[in-house]
Design a protein around this ligand. Structure first.
Ligand SMILES: [Zn+2]
Length: 77
C-alpha cells in the first residue's frame, strides 16, 4: 500500500510540474503576442504625406519625415 501511495504522489508531483510549465509557456506566448499585436504609432511625412511608423521617421522642425532627403528639402526656403 505504501508503494502505491508513493507512486501516486510522484505522479501527482509530475503532473503539477508539467501543468506549471505549460501555464508559464502559455503566459509567455500570450505576453509576446500581445506585444506584437500592439499597433505602431503612425506619423505622416510632412513632405510627401506618406504614413510610416514613428520609430522609423526622421524628426525635423517639430515634424516627421520619411527620409533625410525630404527633411532637407522641406527645410530649404
Ligand atoms: Zn517623404
Amino acid at each position: 500500500m505504501g508503494l502505491i501511495r508513493l507512486v501516486l504522489l510522484l505522479l501527482l508531483v509530475f503532473a503539477a510540474i508539467t501543468l506549471w510549465k505549460r501555464f508559464k509557456l502559455w503566459q509567455q506566448q500570450r505576453n509576446t503576442s500581445q506585444d506584437s499585436e500592439q499597433p505602431a504609432l503612425m506619423v505622416r511625412c510632412a513632405h510627401c504625406r506618406v504614413h510610416l511608423p514613428a520609430d522609423q521617421a526622421f524628426p525635423g522642425n517639430g515634424r516627421h519625415y520619411c527620409c533625410p532627403e525630404h527633411r532637407d528639402a522641406d527645410q530649404q526656403p
